[in-house]
Design a protein around this ligand. Sequence first.
Ligand code: SAM
Length: 187
Amino acid sequence: MRDAWHPTNALYPGSYLDLSPSTAIPAVTYIDTDRRAARYFADTALVAAELRGRGGTGAVAQVSFLPLDYTARLPLPDHHFDLLISLYAGPVWEHCRQHLAPGGRLLANASHGDASLAAIDPSLRLVAAVHHRDGRYRLETADLDRYLVPKNPEHADAETIRRASRGIAYTTSAFAYVFEPVDRQRS
Ligand SMILES: C[S@@+](CC[C@H](N)C(=O)[O-])C[C@H]1O[C@@H](n2cnc3c(N)ncnc32)[C@H](O)[C@@H]1O
């Protein structure tokens, strides 16, 4: 992963109230069907205050919220976002991949299966493992081959993972994983 990679706009389907991307990314579009999320993001003073409390200025972050089902076609441009976030929210990658810009990345965890689906998607490759400890995140980019190795290879099947809506067990796991689309012209 290039150290210089700093996403400037992200799409976060199934965000609920998780505002953390806006502490680091200038523009984030959040999506959720839960009315509590809609109420929270509608309170712009509260959102700005939370961002200020978490080290941001609260003023520069562009925070947008769409009260929509991410499995339906979204009123968002294709090839636009440079980060797609999928945390505990289901098969975000397969429904929202078209919104990722060239050179963009997917951040996914295995909880609801998305990292497990990404791990067996030949159009993606793993570029970092994300570790989370004491409120801090650390990206590991070396020796990635030890991640996403299934404890039981038979479980690494897309239909089974989708049906269960759950990730599979790995020999070594991380909080989340960063994937990038394989550049077919270079590979
Ligand atoms: C377990 S919460 C995770 C929230 C957040 N990603 C986090 O890590 O704290 C899952 C959220 O995804 C939302 N969600 C699930 N399926 C969805 C869909 N198809 N469209 C929009 N939101 C969805 C739910 O409403 C819920 O708020």
